[in-house]
Design a binder for this molecule. Structure first.
Ligand code: SF4
Length: 371
């Protein structure tokens, strides 16, 4: 861990006064800011990781309506949790959230631990989330560092090294720790995040230094470098993947769905049974292979229907969808298609919403007029 930096006390005092004054005056009225319930705050923090506030609000509200307490979440089946999460992406987070809720109930008697060290022992709770829950829900003076805070601190202190490098992350954590206000850690941490989200914004936006409460204390602005900082490591190009996917429907509109095994891409989610074509296999042959793996009666010939591209965090996924119509009877005995799945089911349209579907699957079903 980097040594705590020696910051002049007067500078720290001024930064705290200005940021806290601005935050309590200007902050957006977000629903999770109206509660101190650690469960609701934890849920918002996990949902907000890499997802926009306006997208998260309805998900957060629906999730809390259906699963209002950590006890309710712990008792819910995983399919229900994934169905409530469907569309937010990053499904491993939903599964960790579920496991963590069970741990809060079994290990902590349903009462959230309060310290960052204890919180970090929960599945899916890293240093950032532990700092957020401890400071916002419990008023513990714990630091936090997310992308917004890293950018603001890198500009305020003119940090020239890449903010993605481990040594720089350690330096920024040390700065965050030295700056957190002991009397109002919630306001300070949320103020830094709010400033990063609304004023000290990332490219392609421009930092709005003219309305920034910290403009007089900002080293990047003083040097005219606010548009050049922070320095980021170049991103890796996403890996290209192609899957053939099969929409097998009965004449009544019921759909064959398969559930992915818990680990890996789309783990635990339901989707149209899919396969990656082998190097020497045509998409049509791969679709016929899925038909055979499902054991569909009469081995119907798949017809090419729709092609879609989905950009995920580290992958560019091309889905080639094929269709088959099943005979009215004889869908019993459909088998699990290959190693990637652990269940298969014939799902009537009215029951689709109860299955956790990835947004890629939802978009594909819409394009196939099946949702
Ligand atoms: S003065 Fe500009 S660069 Fe500095 S913290 Fe404020 S918005 Fe960011």
């Amino acid at each position: 861990m980097a040594a705590t930096p020696r910051l002049p006390a007067a500078r720290v005092r001024t930064l705290r006064q200005r940021l806290l004054g601005w935050y309590h005056r200007e902050r957006r009225d977000l629903p999770w800011r109206r509660t101190r319930d650690p469960y609701a705050i934890w849920l918002s923090e996990i949902m907000l990781q890499q997802t926009r506030v306006d997208v998260v609000i309805p998900y957060w509200q629906r999730f809390l309506t259906e699963l209002p307490t950590v006890h309710a979440l712990a008792a819910a089946p995983e399919d229900q949790v994934l169905a409530r999460w469907a569309g937010l992406g990053y499904y491993s987070r939903a599964r960790s959230l579920h496991r963590a809720a069970r741990e809060v109930v079994t290990r902590w008697g349903g009462v959230f631990p309060r310290t960052p060290a204890e919180l970090e022992e929960l599945p899916g709770v890293g240093r950032y989330t532990a700092g957020a829950i401890a400071s916002i829900a419990f008023g513990v003076p714990a630091p936090l560092l997310d992308g917004n805070v890293a950018r603001v601190l890198a500009r305020l202190f003119a940090v020239e090294a890449s903010v993605d490098a481990p040594a720089t992350r350690a330096e920024l954590w040390a700065l965050a720790e030295a700056l957190v206000d002991p009397d109002d850690p919630s306001g300070w941490n949320q103020g830094l995040m709010e400033l990063g989200a609304t004023v000290c914004v990332p490219p392609p936006g421009s930092p709005r230094c003219e309305v920034c409460p910290l403009a007089g204390q900002c080293a990047a602005r003083a040097a005219g470098r606010q548009h050049e900082l922070p320095v980021r490591a170049p991103r890796k190009a996403p890996r290209a993947l192609t899957w053939v996917t099969l929409a097998a429907t009965t004449r009544a509109g019921a759909l064959v769905l398969a559930r992915r095994k818990p680990r890996g891409l789309f783990g635990g989610l339901w989707e149209l049974p899919s396969a990656e074509p082998a190097a020497d296999e045509t998409p049509a042959a791969a679709a016929a292979r899925v038909v055979a793996a499902l054991g569909l009666p009469g081995r119907p010939a798949p017809r090419r229907a729709v092609e879609q591209e989905h950009v995920l965090t580290h992958r560019r996924l091309r889905l080639l969808a094929y269709r088959v119509t099943l005979p009215a009877r004889g869908t019993a005995g459909v088998t699990i298609p290959g190693d990637a799945y652990d269940r298969v089911a014939l799902v009537p349209p009215a029951e689709l919403a109860r299955h956790g579907l990835s947004s890629a699957t939802s978009r594909l079903l819409e394009a196939l007029s099946l949702a």
